[in-house]
Write a protein that binds this ligand. Structure first.
Ligand code: ADP
Ligand code: MG
Length: 544
């Protein structure tokens, strides 16, 4: 009996597993070469021809035009990791891919997928407990250590070249928005931090400024641009003539009528400006447009007006000034304004706005071109998340594969206590973790096999911090060398990698309304041809 449509397809059992494994492998292969400080970048061209050059796992996967359901499940791992901790996306995806690779060997030995999943789950729980055991508690106010954490998260990224300056910015920024709670814990409020970007100058000239930075000009040159202790109004409504009904048309038969009409418009704008003036406002930051005539009136009143302020900037201004955003020009009062100091950087055409309480800070990222600034912003965003996590969580680990080798060694001991076939899966899990030092050394052009042997024996000898320093090619105490990662990021990476692997392993039947085995649709314009075409088995091998 036929129950499925003509175009639909069904793949079952081993074929389904193979289909899924190779999709997952293709995804992790796509990002592996970017892992670590010596990882390479990828240039991504989308169907519009826009270019992104990045080393950031989640960005690569999001920009790739992937059209395969299994691959998308793996990409979700990266997205979860990015949302939860902001770093470790490449690690998470690579481990997920390696888990599935190793699982395939077990399935080939006729070990049932359920046993593999069970073993992976046991191993993941055990490993996360061990991370907590290995992790070191730090003083969340230790700026030097936080600097190391920030630099580690920036290595390999565009931010790397200036990582000392930028990591210092990140640490100071986080410290500015950290408050110590009554119970002694440290709380970081990232909402009090904003990022502004500007092209044209060197990355090393990036700055941390208190308050908000608004990258806009005054609407009229005659307006004042430096105002101390000003009354500031934030507005998200246009200062324009309110449009009558969209369909209503005005019919004008005589010059008088036309004059009348224009007078009415003028009158309305005049009233709006008077309303603003009545609040005592010295400056207006408006998210929407401001009519030319209204601009003229505002300038005559000596009021600074800025239009089309980004929504996110206006929200941040609201935090900095500790005020509200007014939504109706016809219903304003003094209470809608707040005190602030405004100054102008003429050269860069920026406004600096500070509130009296001095909460809120802005990182002004500078770079020579848009591509540079974009990649810097990604790197700085990740570092901010990572340092924030370190401050609030307080647990860190030695990087450069040190933690992975230590966990693998502990997992192999643990495997002896696991009965049945799950034992093999726990061992396979341990092997998968060692992918990290292996890929780190491969990407650095070092001998992965020799180094792994040395790393294992260092850990057997009790050296929990022994990792690979890719710059010297030596096995060292990476913690001491400043390669420091957060425990939370590693726990999250293992949790989401395991979850994704198990999700894929559980599938033994794929029923698709469309054709599974053909190439994915080529992106329009063909500019992204190399990135697309992961739509099926055929496309996956050659996708990268
Ligand atoms: P992810 O997206 O997973 O964060 P990265 O490309 O940022 O990927 O690489 C992170 C890995 O690089 C971590 O395992 C980290 O310990 C390692 N790493 C960072 N700096 C060094 C270094 N100097 N030597 C060796 N490994 C390093
Ligand atoms: Mg990283």
């Amino acid at each position: 009996m036929v129950i499925m449509g003509e175009d639909s397809q069904r793949v079952k059992d081993k074929d389904a597993q193979e289909f899924n494994m190779s999709a997952a492998r293709a995804v992790s292969d796509a990002v592996r070469s970017t892992l670590g400080p010596k990882g390479m970048d990828k240039m991504l061209v989308n169907s519009m021809g826009d270019v992104t050059i990045t080393n950031d796992g989640v960005t690569i996967l999001q920009e790739m035009d992937i059209d395969n359901p299994t691959a998308e499940m793996i990409i979700e791992v990266a997205e979860t990791q990015e949302d939860e901790v902001g770093d470790g996306t490449t690690t998470a995806v690579s481990i997920a891919g390696e888990l599935l690779d190793n699982a395939e060997d077990l399935l080939d030995q006729d070990i049932h997928a359920t046993a593999v999943m069970k073993g992976f789950q046991l191993a993941s729980e055990f490993a996360r407990d061990e991370i907590d055991d290995v992790a070191e508690e730090i003083d969340p106010t230790d700026a030097d250590l936080l600097q190391n954490v920030a630099e580690t998260s920036m290595t390999g990224k565009g931010a790397e070249l200036e990582k000392e300056v930028l990591a210092d910015l990140v640490v100071r920024a986080i410290q500015q928005v950290t408050v110590e709670a009554n119970d002694g814990s440290h709380v970081v409020d990232l909402a009090n931090l904003n990022i502004e970007t500007q092209t044209g100058r060197a990355a090393a000239e990036s700055e941390l400024l208190s308050g908000a930075v608004i990258d806009k000009d005054p609407v009229q040159d005659e307006m004042p641009t430096t105002l101390d202790d000003a009354d500031v109004l934030l507005l998200d409504e246009p200062i324009e003539v309110e449009e009558a009904d969209a369909d209503a048309s005005v019919s004008i038969d005589s010059p008088d009528q036309l004059q009348n009409f224009l007078d009415r418009e003028e009158q309305e704008l005049r009233e709006k400006v008077d309303q603003i003036k009545a609040t005592g406002a010295d400056a207006v930051f408006c998210q929407k447009g401001i009519d030319d005539l209204a601009q003229h009136y505002l300038a005559k009143e000596g009021i600074l007006a800025v239009r089309r302020v980004k929504k996110s900037d206006l929200r941040f201004l609201k935090n900095v000034l500790d005020t509200t955003i007014a939504t109706d020009v016809d219903d304003l009062s003094e209470a809608d304004t707040a005190k602030g100091d405004i100054s102008r950087d003429e050269e860069d055409e920026l406004f600096y706005v500070e509130g009296p309480e001095a909460h809120g800070a802005t990182i002004l990222i500078r770079g020579s071109t848009d591509h540079v600034v974009d990649e810097l912003e990604r790197g700085i965003n990740d570092a901010l998340d990572v340092v924030a996590t370190t401050v609030s969580d307080g647990r860190v680990l030695a990087g450069g594969g040190a933690i992975e080798v230590e966990l693998a060694s502990r997992l192999r001991n643990y495997a002896d206590s696991v009965s049945g076939r799950e034992q093999l899966a726990v061992e396979a899990y341990a092997d998968a973790l060692e992918l990290v030092p292996r890929v780190l050394s491969e990407n650095a052009g070092l001998d992965a096999i020799d180094l792994l042997v040395d790393l294992r024996s260092a850990h057997e000898a009790g050296d929990t911090r022994a990792g690979l320093n890719v710059f010297t090619g030596e096995i060292e105490d990476t913690f001491e060398q400043g390669v420091v990662e957060t425990a939370h990021a590693k726990e999250q990476a293992l949790a989401s990698a395991t979850e994704a692997a198990n999700l894929v392993l559980k599938i033994d039947d794929i029923i698709s309304a469309g054709d599974l085995s053909t190439e994915g649709e080529e992106p329009e314009g063909g500019a992204g041809g190399g990135m697309g075409g992961m739509g099926g088995m055929g496309g996956m091998g050659g996708a990268m």
